[in-house]
Structures are given as C-alpha cells and as structure tokens.
Design a protein around this ligand. Structure first.
Ligand code: AMP
Length: 475
C-alpha cells in the first residue's frame, strides 16, 4: 500500500489571478519533498480542473498546461517515490465532484487508521478509486450528514488518526488543517490579498509571500476570497509530535520549520556532534547537500577546516540511462565525486545527516579512500535510525535498517571507516529544543500515536482487480 511510505509537499494559493502559476512555483521549491509525481487542481467559478503526471514538477507542467489551469484558487502536490509501484492513480491532488460541487484534496503525512476507515466506508457502499489513504477523507466529507461544508470538513477530519497536513479546495474556500499532534509542517504566507499555504517556508519565499504564521497543531483554517483567514477550530492534542526528521534531513535548510530555521538546527546538531565525538582529522566535509549545515557546525566546534571534498551532480533526472557495464557503486558515483586535491593524504572527517541502509556510506568511504584519504572518520548528525516511520517519512522496515542490525563499531567495519559515531538524543535535543515536543519514533521506537495492526502490509489497499479501474483523477 502506498500509505506508510509517503513523503509529500503541498501548496495552496487563493485570490490570485493565475493561482496555478504560483502553485507551480511553490511545488518547484518543494521538489525535494517528492519527485514521483506532481499535480495541480485549479478552481474557476465553481469549476475545477486537474493536471497530474509522473515525474518532476518541471516535467509534468509546461506553459500550455499551466495556462489551461485557469482560476483564482489552486492547490498542488508533490509525491515522493515510494517503495510501492508508482502509479498515476495515486498522484494528487484528488479531485471529485459530489453533491456540493467539486472537492480537491492534497495531503502530506500518513493516516494510521486509514484501513479501518476504508473498510467501514466500503461496507457502506463507498467505491475507492486509488490505494491512497488520503482518499478516505474525500469519502468522509461526501458521506457527512452535517448541515454545512465547514461542519462536514471538521467532522471528517475528526475521524482521522495519524499525521496529516491537508489542503482542501472547494468552490468557496480553501481549508488547511494540521493534525492535533503537529507531525508535519504547514505555513501560511501572504502577499496582498493572496494567501499561500505551503509545507515549507521556502515555497513562500519563491513567490514573494510574507510568512505570517504556521497552521497550529489541531487547527483548521478557512481561507476565503479577499485574503480572509479564519480559524474554524483549534484543538491540539495534549502532546506535540513535531517530526524531528524534518529538521535532520527532510526539510530544505532555508525553510523555517516548527518555528526554527532548519539550517540553524542542523548547524547545532553538527556542533553537538563535534562536542560529543571529536575526531583526529585534518579536515571536515559534508555529503552535499543534506549535511552541509551539520558539517559547518562540526567544523566550527572542532576548529577543523571545512572543505568541499565531495561534489554532487544535481542533474540526475528520471530518464538517466544506466550503462549496461557493471560499475561498482554506480548509484553513489553518479551522484558524488571526490575532490582528490582536497582528500589525498588527509585524515578526513565526513559528516552525514543519517545512515539508512548503509549503502551510501559504504560507497562513499570507498570513493574517498580511492581518492587517497589516509583515514576516514564518519560522523552522523542524528541518532541511529532503527525503526520505520508510520507518520509520513519514507524509512524502510527494520530488517533493512543497518543500525537496527549492527552496533556503530560493526557498521564502521562494514562500511570500512576508521571510526563512526552518531549524535546522542541529548545532543540532538540540545540543538532542536524540547524532546517531549518532538516525534523521534524512527530513532527510539516510541510511537506516541498508536498504529492500526497490519499497517506494514503493503498489499493492504491494493485493488484485487488491478486494471480497468478508471482514475477519478483524470488528466
Ligand atoms: P543509505 O545509503 O540507505 O544509508 O542512505 C543514506 C542517505 O539517504 C542519508 O545520507 C540521507 O541523506 C538520505 N536519506 C535519509 N533519509 C532518507 C529518506 N527518508 N528518503 C530519502 N533519502 C534519505
């Protein structure tokens, strides 16, 4: 099923002459949150039009397709490549027509009770068109007996459990909602009467919208024409579960996430790492770009010179052709190349943000040694990643997580590093703030919002008849 492994970026724009163009720009800024598919729904006087496609934002849209997406309000979605088979039927936003007009939904996160809700809805006659947990929300709103759409939206959201930041577009309003625990980020910006709601503030920056505030945990806001923003409900849970992995890896460093600059958070993690696990090296460098800020913090604290020891190729699109000949570590080599003049004869300290399967670290250590490094010390700016995520980050199951199987020393031996050390929980939270406000289940196994049984079962939502099911999404 597509549920537990979804990472996404969402953007909504209201009261703008060409809303879809701004959503396009916002999605472009949020491309790091999802590269599998992209989509926009634009609304024009009670009618809505969708375009969705597989691939990067710039591959899915061109001038002509954007022009067709006329309207003064729009929402968009980037979806991350998941472990399940990528399919257009799972691209978002979802767009349906029901008795109250159109309804478009974009979701970032993962619902941990989607299977239960879906079974209940199917028993009552709902026909699902995708394998996405998100589709549950559409059915709940459509099935609601509440007298107004506002109340139907609130009632539907009430039934969901897990991690969600939602954008819901209807003929008269854009709703934006964050789950009561606040797992995923969602920010509101403004430029004149135009309101922009986006997963990360870097999307606001690109369109010149001024950051106003975050949607609060448990808050549902309603944006109506003319730039009016009203809180429909604000009922946070008694604990906060802000995803600490957003600060460690997922968010762009130029974004302010959960009230803190992700760049500052990572720099702090790097400083703490250097304090906890100094290394006898001649220089330090990052694995660009995700650990740039952490490496800068490590250098600052340790006094070691910060170098650019690895260069990253940014232009690996979906269409890249892998040569038939076997090239060892090709997947990593195509992305990173060592700078021999920086590395040769040096004792190098490589700072990375995390180790998942350990493939990258192993290949990088080999590359850096081949470039002549005397010693290679790996420093990881987060604790060992040992558990899957059920709240919207793509982290594989335990058997694939190297730190769930081996100690740091064993991992060091396996990847061929002279030493390897991870940041402690204390160090992490000295950098990002209170631990009890964060979710760190992927590191600790402490799942503070319980998950329905069988959520790991990838086949859970797969249709029994795989073909011939029309997508509700059209093109
Ligand atoms: P691996 O080779 O599996 O150990 O991958 C490790 C690298 O993947 C880390 O250095 C991260 O920069 C990156 N990474 C960590 N978490 C994720 C994720 N959820 N999705 C994609 N890449 C990730």
């Amino acid at each position: 099923m597509s549920g537990p492994r979804e990472e996404c970026g969402i953007v909504g724009v209201t009261s703008h002459r060409r809303a879809a163009e701004w959503v396009y720009l916002g999605l472009y800024a949020l491309q790091h949150r999802g590269q599998e598919s992209a989509g926009i729904v634009a609304a024009n006087a009670g009618n809505a039009l969708a375009r969705r496609g597989m691939g990067l934002v710039a591959e899915v849209f061109d001038e002509a397709s954007l022009e067709r997406l006329e309207g003064t309000a729009a929402i968009g979605h980037n979806r991350y490549s998941t472990t399940g088979s990528p399919t257009l039927a799972n691209a978002q936003p979802i767009l349906v027509n029901y008795r109250d007009g159109f309804l478009a939904v974009a979701h970032n996160g993962n619902l941990v009770n989607a299977r239960t809700l879906r079974t209940r809805l199917e028993d009552a006659g709902s026909i699902f068109q995708s394998t996405m947990d998100t589709e549950v929300l559409v059915h709940l709103i459509a099935a609601s007996r509440q007298p107004s759409r506002d109340l139907a939206v609130l009632e539907a959201l009430d039934q969901l459990a897990g991690a969600f930041s939602f954008l819901i577009l209807t003929p008269d309003a854009l709703y934006a909602a964050r789950d009561p625990y606040g797992f995923r980020p969602l920010s509101v910006g403004r430029r004149g009467e135009t309101i922009v709601v986006a997963s990360e503030t870097c999307a606001l920056d690109l369109v010149g919208a001024q950051f106003e505030r975050e949607v609060e945990p448990g808050e549902v806001i309603k944006v109506t024409p003319g730039g009016n923003v009203a809180t429909l409900r604000h009922e946070p849970a008694d604990v906060e579960c802000m995803c600490v992995f957003e600060q460690i890896y997922f968010a762009r460093p130029d974004s302010v996430v959960f009230g803190m600059s992700a760049a500052d958070a990572r720099r702090g993690m790097g400083r703490e790492l250097a304090r906890e696990h100094p290394a006898n090296g001649d220089c330090v460098f990052s694995v660009p770009d995700s650990s740039n800020a952490a490496a800068a913090g490590f250098a600052e604290q340790s006094g070691l010179p910060l170098e650019h020891g690895l260069i990253r190729n940014h232009y690996i699109g979906r269409t890249f052709i892998q040569p038939a000949q076997d090239v060892r570590d090709f997947g990593v080599k195509i992305k990173y190349n060592p700078v021999t003049s920086v590395i040769k004869g040096q004792r190098v300290v490589i700072v990375d943000d995390s180790i998942v399967r350990g493939t990258t670290s192993g290949a990088l250590v080999r590359l850096v040694r081949e470039a002549g490094a005397e010693e290679v010390h790996l420093r990881i700016a987060s604790p060992p990643l040992r558990h899957p995520c059920y709240y919207g980050i793509d982290i594989p199951k335990r058997s694939e997580l190297v730190a769930a199987q081996m100690s740091s020393d064993e991992i060091a031996a396996r990847v061929g590093a002279d030493s390897l050390a991870y940041l402690s929980f204390d160090g992490l939270y000295r950098a990002v703030g209170a631990r009890d406000r964060h979710c760190d289940a992927c590191f600790s196994g402490n799942y503070r919002v319980s998950v329905e049984p069988g959520i790991d079962d990838k086949a859970a939502f797969e249709p029994t008849i795989a073909t011939g099911i029309p997508s509700p999404l059209g093109q």
